[in-house]
Design a protein around this ligand. Structure first.
Ligand SMILES: [Zn+2]
Length: 409
């Protein structure tokens, strides 16, 4: 290569090689230096130098496990997973969840704080800071043990600046989350939409492994999706890619918080299920729900409908089946647009999966235009209720192991 190396490009090359080696140890470890050189095409001296630095900084450790063939036991390298940690935050509608994971993304601490009614931007920032201090104290580790803070925020997020552009549940605009938290804690901070963070988390650590094109759907108070194409989250021109909750399903459907009518989330999100139940009960239908809420229909929510369905209430089971049909129509539109290998369903409503998934699959089967695409895999989230918070940690892990670049595995 004729390029003249400046110190800058040398440093850049070294940091790329460092990420390549770190990621090789993460995904293939325990692994020997010789195998790292073989599999990365880096020279043995380059590998040795970088591994020495990684050992000095305690990001990796040596281990002698593995087979010995009579001679000297080979030395393997693995990630020093419990030496450094990440904090993840999932900002929901009523609560903020805080987690700590190790370098493998394994959960080691968690904490939940309530959000006051109608919070302003500053209240949300202060609540995030409060929770970070609390969970750091709970974990009992020095601040220098943390590589960074990942934040999963509902609504529209500018991932380049870490600004929450719009959070519909709070009606807040332009909250500079990344700037505020980085200033307070002096560490790396990344912010992402909650459904996209969930999808990233599933891709790294859950049900998304090995697939290039996946879509994660978060069905809770609203509905959002993370679209991952060739191993990268797709943001779109204005960060609204994946806002499938506002896909129109029924032109004459209920009015949505966005101002349109019949959006998917007005038919299939948690509050929509509760509203439909209340409407039909008021119209004279009978159900176990009335007993559970002791006649106070204002108390009906998605969880209560699910509870009644689990206890054999046919009215609630039918309601959830109907929800599956609406979701199936939404996913049919999505499959015709993106054609993913796999769709992962998470969020609160996924708890009712056993009542929703069959009718959802049937709807897709009936509507998709090719036989092959009818077989699109639909699976539940593996990380469950922690998916967005752990996904937020993956924002930092990804930066650590890939130098900020998302690379297909
Ligand atoms: Zn809408």
């Amino acid at each position: 290569m004729s390029t003249k190396y400046t110190r800058g490009s040398f440093q850049l090359m070294k940091s790329i090689n460092r990420s390549v080696i770190l990621n090789m140890i993460r995904s293939k470890g325990p692994i020997s230096r010789a195998d790292i050189a073989k599999q990365t095409n880096l020279t043995p001296p380059t590998v040795s130098n970088i591994v020495k630095e990684l050992l000095d900084s305690q990001f990796v450790v040596e281990t002698t496990q593995g087979s010995s063939q009579g001679g000297r036991k080979p030395t393997y390298l693995e990630i020093n997973a419990n030496q450094f940690f990440i904090m993840g935050i999932d900002v929901g509608r009523y609560h903020i969840k805080f987690v700590i994971t190790n370098l493998y993304g394994e959960l080691v601490e968690q904490l939940m704080l309530d959000i006051q009614a109608q919070p302003e931007a500053n209240d949300l920032i202060e609540k995030m800071k409060e929770g970070i201090y609390q969970i750091m104290q709970k974990g009992g580790r020095n601040k220098d043990k943390y590589l960074g803070i990942g934040v999963a925020m509902h609504g529209i997020v500018d991932v380049n600046t870490g600004v929450s552009l719009f959070a519909p549940s709070f009606q807040t605009h332009n909250i500079p989350i990344q700037e505020e938290l980085a200033k307070e804690f002096s560490m790396m901070v990344h912010v992402e939409n909650d459904a996209k963070a969930m999808t990233l988390g599933e891709w790294w650590l859950g049900n998304g492994n090995d697939e290039d094109n996946i879509v994660g759907i978060n069905v809770g108070h609203g509905i959002g999706a993370g679209i991952m194409i060739r191993g990268e989250l797709f943001q779109g021109a204005n960060f609204i890619a994946g806002e499938i909750g506002h896909m129109t399903i029924d032109l004459s459907g209920p009015k949505c918080s966005c101002g349109n009518y019949g959006c998917l989330q007005t038919l299939a999100a948690g509050p929509a299920i509760a509203q439909r139940a209340i409407k039909e009960l008021k119209a004279g239908n009978t159900s176990m729900i009335t007993d559970i809420v002791q006649g106070d229909l204002e108390r009906v929510n998605g969880e209560i409908v699910f509870e009644a369905a689990t206890r054999g209430d046919e009215f609630s089971q039918e309601l959830l089946k109907q929800t599956g049909r609406y979701l199936g129509i939404g996913l049919t539109n999505l499959i015709h647009t993106i054609n993913p290998n796999r769709i992962i369903i998470g969020g609160g409503v996924s708890h009712a999966g056993e009542f929703i998934l069959d009718s959802l699959q049937e709807t897709i089967q009936a509507r998709i235009i090719t036989d092959a695409a009818k077989e699109t895999e639909i699976v539940p989230s593996q990380l469950g209720d922690n998916a967005s918070a752990i996904g937020a940690c993956v924002l930092i892990l990804q930066n650590f192991f890939h130098g900020g670049k998302q690379v297909s595995q």
